[in-house]
Design a protein around this ligand. Sequence first.
Ligand code: PLP
Length: 393
Amino acid sequence: MPFVSDKVSNLPPYLFSEFQRKKKELEANGADVIDLGIGAPDLPTPDFIIDRLAEESRLAVNHRYSTYSGCREFREAVVHFYQKQYNVELDPESEVLAVIGSKEGIANLMHATINPGDTVLVPDPGYPVYGTAVHLANGRSAALPLDDANGYVPLYNQVDRATIEQSKLMLLNYPSNPTAATAHFDIFLEAIAFARENQLLLVHDAAYDMITFNGYETTSAMQVPRAKEHAVEIGSLSKSFNMTGWRIGYVVGNKEIIQALATFKSNIDTSQFLPIQKAAAAALKSNFSAVTEHNKIYQERMEKLHRGFRQLDIEADKPKGTIFLWAKVPDGFTSMSFADKLLQEAGVIVTPGNAFGSRGEGYFRVALTVTADRLDEVISRMEKLNLKGGPVK
Ligand SMILES: *Cc1c(COP(=O)(O)O)cnc(C)c1O
């Protein structure tokens, strides 16, 4: 098609579409498919947030364009959140920017920072959106291997010197999608030191910062002294407050980068609808009791599945947060052959680990976004597959 750009034509095929096609086919034949592939909360947005949206949407002043960088109330709510949660000070004018969901923020951040051919280090395994965002900005991505034997921390010494020298930017994501790994302060200290030494910008995606179990508190990259010289952090309301469809998030940190992104975006969009920003501000300024309640539900699901997997001899580390369980495929399977078998023979969709990079091979990701009853059903279906002997063929 001559009117479609190479950039778009060359995008990798959407890996989940084949599974979704098979799902439809099975469902058309009357099968009851349980989809654990969907990495989005199934729970509703808390009422107090919806109430604020309803109120604000009735006010004519809110029907106009927002300021480009997001309204003051939203940016101040982000500042408040960083103070309360991380004891980090931010300037609402120069160090905070509203984005239309973090996915938008990530994509436009690439355009605002890299030149054609620049290299970006992306975690492997990691969220596939990073690689495509780099591609769309005409950059090149290089894998930053994460250590599966040690909690998926970055293995900087496994990236060759030349690649590091060509790199302009490095992405990290903790708590992580897909591995559910979390990172303590030292990991961020090391990341900032690596960024400083190699003149890189660290971009930390904190999409799951609030989804934790047993009161575990995540670290922000901004807590590292002088982090703002070398880093920005991207946050999102999507997962913490079940607001995926609302499209609201933020970027905080380095002033020049925030300014560059704001300038780039001001030529593309005019920020998010004001009532959505104000409802999101209410969420960030709330006492987080809604988040705590949701976290209990995710934890209960996680524990149940983890127990079930253990009985099936499927290995998985117990995560401290996120809406995922990351598990090893049984002996004799690849990520793909296992995901295929689960769909064909048990009517269960999981995401094969290789969808997240070559180092995801041998694993599969389960999203904790169905009810505990459905997870019981998943385990009972898997028990019938007799997985311990490997694939029979
Ligand atoms: C879901 C997800 C996002 C996208 O969040 P939005 O704010 O809804 O765009 C970003 N990063 C990771 C790692 C995610 O899993």
